[in-house]
Design a protein around this ligand. Structure first.
Ligand SMILES: [Cu+2]
Length: 72
């Protein structure tokens, strides 16, 4: 199990956090997603078959690109 925290500057309201949590939460292998509106961060815990590349690709696809990995 891996937990990553990303900066996602495109987050600007509760709708954004909801969208991110729903979309990323649908990826197989993702255990939990918590998007933080105030800090514009997303914390994701995942296991195989999900991967960091896949999660970042999805975030970019839904117009919430991850602009930096804060921690592994
Ligand atoms: Cu929004």
């Amino acid at each position: 199990m891996t937990t990553v925290t990303y900066n996602v500057p495109a987050i600007h309201c509760g709708h954004c956090t909801h969208t991110i949590e729903m979309e990323v939460g649908e990826l197989q292998g993702v255990q939990s997603v918590k998007a933080d509106e105030a800090n514009k961060k997303v914390v994701i815990t995942f296991d195989v078959p999900a991967s960091e590349d896949q999660i970042k690709a999805l975030l970019a696809e839904i117009n919430y690109p991850a602009e930096g990995l804060i921690s592994l």
